[in-house]
Design a protein. Structure first.
Length: 136
């Protein structure tokens, strides 16, 4: 199985804080990358902090995420409708768990090999506790 991992995009409200808004052509290049990966790998793991919901004028992280999703509808569509994409929440977008059903962690087994993906410290702690319980 071929897996691509992308993290820390910190997609925001397309304002001065948003890297993709400040860099001309960056958003188009991101979509080009996604299209390439969709045609060449089995899974695309969006591993935490894909969205920036921590910085802004309000503490309403859900409203902030919904606004960002409106600004980036193609990414929203890919996450919701393309089974190749798996979203794992990070510390800057924990609200994606509630809004987009993002995972805290993902474990994939393929041909006798296991790999685990953690988007935030909470997922890693959960995995460590599970492993500890199995060892004892």
């Amino acid at each position: 199985m071929q897996i691509a991992v992308i993290s820390d995009l910190h997609l925001g409200r397309k304002n001065k804080l948003d890297q993709f808004n400040r860099n001309l052509g960056a958003e188009a290049q991101l979509y080009t990358l996604f299209k390439y990966l969709e045609n060449h790998v089995d899974k695309i793991i969006l591993l935490g902090d894909v969205f920036e919901t921590m910085r802004g004028k309000t503490l309403d992280h859900e409203a902030r995420l919904r606004a960002v999703l409106k600004d980036y509808p193609k990414i929203n569509d890919k996450i919701l409708n393309n089974k190749k994409y798996v979203l794992i929440q990070g510390n800057h977008d924990l609200i994606t768990g509630k809004v987009l059903n993002a995972l805290e962690m993902l474990k994939i087994k393929d041909n006798g090999t296991s790999i685990a993906f953690f988007g935030s410290e909470g997922g890693l702690k959960e995995w460590a506790l599970t492993l500890h319980r199995k060892v004892i």
